[in-house]
Design a binder for this molecule. Structure first.
Ligand SMILES: *[C@@H]1O[C@H](CO)[C@@H](O)[C@H](O)[C@H]1NC(C)=O
Length: 435
């Protein structure tokens, strides 16, 4: 696995044997990696635990890749019916389809993944856990959108260890540099976790997410669809800590952060979003996927192959599964969305042909769509039926008018007294007949 744009330096260190390790210059900014490397050199117990962890992850990954390869995702998605549906007359957030999205950006620590090349890891050669979805070979949300017709321009934020608001500003400013950015739909996905917040009341993740949304609202207030993962549940990391001592050890530093990730604050943030960021041109959709997540059980324990070697970030497979779940959530009615996410290879959902839009609260309740199929034949059939009904209606109207005219003329020719008496006697006659 290669790391572009990085000059590598060689560092030699000693435990009980001699290990040589290459690491790349931009890793030097990465606190977590330096901390793990340091710990590996000075803490023999941790070294053994960590070697056990990466061996387990490697064997589980191999097994999962063989039993549940993810290549079905793209295959199934191509069979989801026509990519381009008729353009709806309304161009608001409730009529947004995959193929109208032009800009795509991601922020937050959960948007990146760790390399998981066992051969390299065993030698102590760890790439940093800041690889982005654009580098994935497995299916990702942007590659799924592209398969469904989106011509995406991917915008990457500078550094994932900056605050969410800074990352949001970075993405917003990059988009603003593109000509005509106001007229194109943008999708920004906020995949934040406790590492994006501070261990305090006012700096916790939910609050940071809100300030990132505010920042985006200032910079790109037109045609923006923001997806937020509500990461209020810590089940995945709790399970990892129970399964592996190395995970427990590495995740210990986030314990305080985890305490300051209140459910109630996420609830409040969701309420604020509902009140302020549900506009036709600037919409935030909060997905409950990580409200109550957990790792999946395998015969030999939980599946750690979805996590990276630092146990905090995902592996490439883990991130791909998360992106698939985000895709499925976006095309699921608001009230039916998954909140107990399990990282497993699940079925890919197609956009509903009767309502092919990314689901929002309003199009989950009532989907107003009068679009026609893009297939020309179907279009003409629809058109002909439409014309046929009109012609029939016209003929009917002409007949009705004709009848009215004729009866009026007949009525005016008769004398009123005669008509009155005739009807009277006929009623009487019917009554007698019945009795
Ligand atoms: C792991 O890295 C080594 C050395 O760069 C490379 O030869 C090998 O193909 C990689 N393995 C995988 C599964 O990517």
């Amino acid at each position: 696995m290669g790391f572009p744009n990085s000059r590598c330096i060689l560092n030699t260190f000693l435990i009980s044997f001699l290990y040589s390790t290459t690491w790349c210059q931009h890793i030097l900014n990465d606190d977590t990696l330096t901390r793990i490397e340091e710990k590996l050199t000075i803490d023999k117990d941790f070294y053994n635990q960590w070697m056990d962890l990466i061996a387990l992850q490697s064997s589980q990954l191999e097994e999962q890749e063989e039993d549940y390869p993810l290549d079905y995702v793209m295959k199934d998605l191509t069979q989801c019916g026509p990519r381009k549906s008729a353009v709806p007359s309304l161009n608001d957030v409730h009529h947004l389809q995959a193929d109208s999205i032009k800009f795509y950006g991601e922020l937050g620590q959960l948007s990146s993944y760790c390399p998981s090349n066992y051969t390299l890891l065993r030698k102590g050669i760890m790439g940093p856990c800041n690889l982005r979805s654009s580098e994935m070979t497995l299916p990702s949300l942007p590659s799924m959108l592209q398969l469904r017709g989106a011509e995406l321009q991917k915008i990457e934020s500078n550094q994932l260890d900056e605050s969410l608001a800074d990352q949001a500003r970075d993405i917003g400013e990059s988009i603003r540099k593109v000509n005509g950015f106001e007229n194109e739909w943008k999708m920004i996905v906020i995949l934040a976790t406790i590492q994006d917040g501070k261990a305090s009341e006012t700096g916790q993740t939910a609050v940071e997410v809100l300030s990132a949304i505010e920042e985006l609202g200032k910079l790109i207030p037109e045609k923006t669809f923001i997806v937020v993962l509500r990461s209020s549940g810590s089940g995945i990391w709790r399970d990892a800590s129970h399964q592996s001592l190395a995970c427990k050890n590495q995740l210990a530093q986030w314990k305080v952060h985890n305490k300051f990730n209140y459910n109630s604050v996420w609830d409040q943030v969701e309420m604020i979003i509902e009140k302020n960021y549900r506009k036709p041109q600037f919409h935030v959709e909060v997905l409950p996927l990580l409200k109550d997540p957990a790792l999946t059980n395998l015969p030999e324990g939980v599946d750690l192959s979805v996590l990276g070697y630092d146990c905090a970030h995902f592996s490439e497979r883990g991130l791909s599964l998360l992106h698939l779940a985000v895709w499925n959530s976006l095309f699921t009615r608001n009230s039916a969305r998954e909140s107990q996410y399990r990282p497993t290879a699940s079925q890919v959902l197609c956009p509903d042909p009767t309502c092919p839009f990314i689901r929002t609260p309003s199009n989950s309740d009532l989907c107003i769509w009068t679009g026609t199929m893009p297939d020309d034949e179907f279009y003409w059939v629809d058109y002909l039926i439409f014309i046929g009904i009109w012609v029939l209606l016209m003929i009917l109207l002409v007949i009705i008018f004709y009848c009215i005219c004729v009866t009026r003329r007949v009525a005016s020719e008769k004398t009123p007294t005669k008509a009155f008496g005739a009807s009277f006697s006929s009623i009487k006659f019917i009554d007698e007949d019945v009795v």
